[in-house]
Design a protein around this ligand. Sequence first.
Ligand code: KG4
Ligand code: ZN
Length: 340
Amino acid sequence: MSSENIYILGIESSCDDTAAAVIYNGKILSNVVASQKIHEAYGGVVPELASRAHQQNIVPVVSQALKEAKITKEQLNAIAFTRGPGLMGSLLVGTSFAKSLSFGLNIPLIDVNHMQAHILAHFIDEAGYEKPSFPFLAMTISGGHTQIVEVKSYFNMKVIGETIDDAVGEAYDKSGKILGLGYPAGPEIDKRAQLGNPKAFKFPRPRVDGLNFSFSGLKTAILYFVQKETKLNPNFINENLNDICASIQYTIIGILIDKLKRATSVTGITQIAIGGGVSANSGIRGALKDGEQKFGWKTFVPKFEFTTDNAAMIAIVGYLKYLERDFANQNITASARLKI
Ligand code: KG4
Ligand code: ZN
């Protein structure tokens, strides 16, 4: 890429993870995440608590990232930070911190779009990881996002489908709440799904035109189904938990794969890169592998630490923008609804 020696600090604080990472010429030297456990008791992220925890975490997390990278802050060439989208109170902590640090060190500031970062995480240099080539489709699936994006180059991307209500991870987490599982419920539903019968119960598929998604109806259908069955048998959930989880997972993965199939046929693009916490799901991974056999897809799944919210993905975007000298100035503000 470049003969320069560039160190970038990436800072991420858009939701409930405070994260910092150092990247050196495209290679990650450190990737530190402080996850906020406090939200577990509430079954979802509480924005006020999130911003307070970011304020407590940001200095130690950044110090740790520099320490693990074995550099001092004076060696940094630029500071990259998540400008949005996300929770305003959370974004403000990272934004103010990044602005102050770049001002204090007198080095460039680089604003990063969190959704672009989930996609560009595929370009982190990792031994043995083959990067997608342009153009490709990116599907970002997490507790906060569900999007299909057509990616023509690093900074030329277009959202071609997204959720009109809940994100796919929310569908997992809210279904888990109905079933009495802990938060976040995605990993447990996934584990149990592998032990159950995916066709035991049938849940309706939403009817949404084009490449958009809708998951709120599924959650309601599951709620009514569980209420009805527990009236007949109070032990219904316990006796059928693995089958219920398998049936939910089968429905959700079916929805995702159906939209991906449409996206490949609309665009003619068969390279598919996924990101976001739900990309850890065994069902989606299996379905993508099947797609390689059945439809000739080429699929890309990055290392788990680069798919959930993290600062390595912010740092790689920082690096790519640094090469283009695409810098922000001190007037920049956080943007909760920033679009790709
Ligand atoms: O990317 P992430 O860590 O944070 C954001 O939401 O931005 O994603 C967390 C989401 C949660 O909704 C969690 O339930 C879901 O990812 N998740 C999973 C799995 N692992 C995490 N969902 C299904 N199967 C999994 N194995
Ligand atoms: Zn995210």
